[in-house]
Design a protein around this ligand. Structure first.
Ligand SMILES: Cc1cc2nc3c(=O)[nH]c(=O)nc-3n(C[C@H](O)[C@H](O)[C@H](O)COP(=O)(O)OP(=O)(O)OC[C@H]3O[C@@H](n4cnc5c(N)ncnc54)[C@H](O)[C@@H]3O)c2cc1C
Length: 418
């Protein structure tokens, strides 16, 4: 049995980031995990946009929001990470994606309002380069044609245009996707767009509809592995700026992200156990011993340190029964509302959010989860991402950013202790 420096438990944003950061720092890494938020992601990397959630204040400057957050909510996990650490982590993460065919962009130190499939705008920090034309078109309210497809559900150009009444020069058109009929799925369409002939056919269908449009927006279907090459080719064919709008989750942004990690992590030497969950964990002789998977395909993995990035309820890092919330791998104490009745507020859309959405692990400043005695459970066990307590990433709009920043911090502090 191999002994690794680090076992990463989880393959969502936090687990992928932890594996990347650890491998880049020369550590040997094993990673186990199943489906996570990354697979359902719209591809946007939110850093920090809404605080306080009850007042729904939206910040243009995420670092100013972070300063306010650290002042008002000193238990929030971002309180353990500095601005410089966050900026460096995001930079390293985006560079890795770029090296693996996924271009990301944004404005340093500023959130960007980006168009969603519902026609609303959402503040985010980093977004796929393939969506950037949409930001420019929206900001300039430029003459733009939005195209959707017969048979593709979850995105309607007309609905977007109706919501964007502030954009009079936004026109829409529905076309047939070449070579496919019936109900269409973004992933199938994206694979088929790898074929240049398909792009030429699509451009021929759209060209007569262009009119005075300077930008043309499409549902996100432009290839799985080298999206920007497809975007550039479509721009050449149409003679207009072209952009993508992510479809409703699950969009192809998730498979694109996962594919980038599937390509890039093994090259860095990470041993990945895909679709295997850690079913047992014990500590003996100064090492962690994990079992990943079950039955005849179970594997045993030993490691000197570990990063627990198993998410909250969606990821299965936390489990709830009628009475309490439990952590699934080490049975660590979970910070949670005192009584079951306090898990949820009476109104589902209560802007203050629900107590259960702040449940998670308490940690020390090095992001080591605390045991029942209030001290770190193990000197070389760190936690990252959604499993951390005192944050509501969905309402604060900080999901992927928090996962990436805390993964970087967890790996850095673990590395000092190995
Ligand atoms: C529909 C949807 C849309 C989203 N959109 C955005 C967005 O636009 N922008 C943004 O910034 N964020 C977005 N997020 C949030 C983001 O994807 C992450 O959910 C969040 O950042 C937390 O990441 P995480 O890695 O901590 O947890 P998760 O994403 O929940 O991943 C947990 C991982 O741990 C694994 N795991 C659990 N238990 C075990 C075990 N015992 N052994 C091994 N592995 C285990 C799971 O299989 C999974 O791989 C979205 C999430 C969802 C669900």
């Amino acid at each position: 049995m191999n002994t690794y420096d680090v076992m990463v438990i989880g393959s969502g944003f936090a687990g992928m980031a932890a594996s990347l950061f650890a491998a880049k720092r020369g550590l040997s890494v094993a990673q186990a995990g199943g489906t996570g938020g990354i697979d359902f992601s719209t591809g946007f990397i939110d850093l920090m946009a809404v605080h306080p959630v009850a007042g729904q204040r939206v910040w243009e400057d995420p670092y100013a929001a972070l300063a306010a957050l650290r002042r008002d909510l000193p238990l929030h996990p971002y309180a353990h990470v500095t601005d410089d650490e966050i900026a460096a982590a995001l930079g390293e993460f985006a560079a890795f994606l770029g090296d693996n065919g996924l271009c990301y962009t944004g404005r340093p130190g500023r959130n960007t309002l980006t168009l969603t499939s519902a026609g609303t705008v959402k503040p985010t920090y980093l977004l796929p380069c393939s969506a950037w034309g949409g930001v420019e078109a929206l900001e300039a309210k430029a003459p733009t044609l939005l195209v959707d497809f017969h048979g593709l559900k979850g995105i309607s150009a007309r609905q977007i245009a109706e919501v964007r009444a502030d954009w009079p020069e936004l026109r829409t058109a529905r076309v047939r996707f070449p070579g496919m009929g019936g109900e269409l799925y973004p992933e199938h369409m994206a694979w088929s767009m790898a074929d240049q002939a398909r792009r030429i056919e699509l451009a021929e269908a759209v060209r007569p509809l262009l009119g005075d449009a300077r930008f043309v927006g499409f549902p996100a279907i432009f290839g799985m592995t080298d999206t920007m090459a497809v975007v550039r080719h479509m721009e050449e064919l149409l003679g207009r700026r072209v952009f993508e709008i992510p479809t409703l989750p699950p969009s192809i942004a998730g498979p694109r992200l996962r594919a980038a990690f599937d390509r890039g992590l093994p090259v860095l030497g990470v041993r990945t156990y895909t679709q295997k969950l850690v079913s047992a964990a014990e500590v003996s002789d100064g090492l962690f011993h994990f079992t990943a998977g079950s039955g005849s395909t179970a594997v045993r993995i030993a490691a000197r340190g570990a990063v627990l990035a198993s998410g909250r309820f969606f990821g299965k890092g936390l489990k709830a029964d009628r009475h309490a919330v439990r952590e699934a791998v080490f049975d660590l104490p979970v910070s949670q509302p005192g009584k079951r009745e306090d898990w949820h507020r009476a109104e589902f859309f209560d802007p203050r959010g629900h107590g259960i959405n702040q449940a998670g692990l308490e940690t020390d400043a090095a992001l080591r989860p605390l045991g029942a005695d209030g001290r770190p459970f193990h000197p070389r066990l760190h936690a990252a991402g959604a499993i951390l307590a005192h944050q509501d990433w969905m309402r604060m709009k900080c999901g992927a950013g928090l996962a990436i920043a805390t993964a970087c911090k967890a790996v850095r502090d673990l590395n000092q202790n190995l």
